[in-house]
Design a protein around this ligand. Structure first.
Ligand code: SF4
Ligand code: SF4
Length: 276
């Protein structure tokens, strides 16, 4: 994403908070997208799709890839001065800047498509402070999208249900529990080590699992054995634990119990050690 795109994004955020009509789940939406519409697949190119940690989890598993391989191959990670958490954008390919997953038949990862692709043409804003108000929905109308001309109507609640957004929202709440945490809001700027922790526990889950099982982590914290087994097998449990660990390590909320029997060894750090 270049500087213009970033400036546009910032402007878009401000416009949404200030000017967009704030909608609730029972407001109605006239929209339909289908294979026979003339604009079919047109929206799957030259577009900034911001990926959530859960998007990456679903996509890398759907593609049978490790998180670090998926991130390297399919994403870009724009970095701005003062940025407080990682931003991950789906990498478009070729001169036409096409989504790597689009096929002539439509989305090639439809069952696991990202949240932003599911929820369109609805957007969700989480201003989360008293001046700008609480979370709300708003309509997005891209100029070339003909779906808005379809007479079919549904409520936003029905649309979100139809697009199976709920699980994505639940997992997104784990991420928001960190970035809107009072302890996190007190941090002015993350040190590189803290940014590395954040990225590991949210987007790079296969390496996060290696960190948990191959460093001294399990000696330092007294975790329930059943939970440890779940973390070994279950990516969603791992992502949920990642949120807990970040709230503990970055936000100062004492959620993990140190193991009283742990005696730190003085030894050289390895690449697999990220201090909590
Ligand atoms: S542009 Fe709109 S109607 Fe056309 S395929 Fe994309 S979402 Fe569907
Ligand atoms: S992930 Fe699927 S729906 Fe989203 S842009 Fe790519 S092809 Fe289109």
């Amino acid at each position: 994403m270049d500087n213009d795109a970033r400036t546009n994004l910032q402007r878009l955020k401000e416009t949404i908070i200030k000017d967009h009509e704030r909608l609730g789940p029972d407001d109605r939406l006239g929209f339909r997208c289908h294979k026979d519409i003339p604009c079919f697949n047109q929206c799957c190119r030259d577009v900034n799709i911001f990926l959530t940690p859960y998007d990456v989890l679903r996509l890398k598993n759907a593609l049978g890839m490790r998180s670090d391989d998926f991130i390297e191959r399919h994403t870009i990670l724009p970095i701005e001065k003062g940025q407080k958490y990682p931003v991950v954008v789906l990498k478009m390919e070729g001169d036409a800047k096409t989504c790597p997953f689009v096929t002539a038949q439509g989305c090639g990862v439809y069952k696991d498509r990202p949240w932003a692709c599911r929820i369109y043409p609805i957007g969700e804003a989480h201003p989360n402070n008293e001046q700008t108000g609480r979370s709300f929905y708003f309509k997005l109308e891209e100029g070339d999208c003909l779906g808005h001309r379809d007479p079919k109507e549904q409520t936003i609640r029905e649309w979100l249900h139809d697009q199976e957004v709920t699980r994505y929202d639940d997992m997104g709440a784990l991420f928001r529990a960190v970035i809107f945490h009072p302890g996190f809001e007190r941090i002015k700027e993350l040190e590189p080590r803290q940014m590395q922790q954040f990225f590991l526990a949210t987007y790079d889950l296969d390496r996060f699992r290696e960190f948990i099982f191959e460093s001294s982590f399990l000696q330092r914290f007294a975790l329930d054995p059943a939970q440890v087994e779940q973390l070994r097998r279950d990516d969603e449990a791992l992502l949920s634990f990642g949120s807990t660990w970040l709230r503990h390590a970055l936000c100062g909320e004492p959620l993990l119990e140190p193991d009283p029997n742990y005696v730190p060894k003085s030894r050289k750090k390895t690449g697999k050690d990220v201090q909590p």
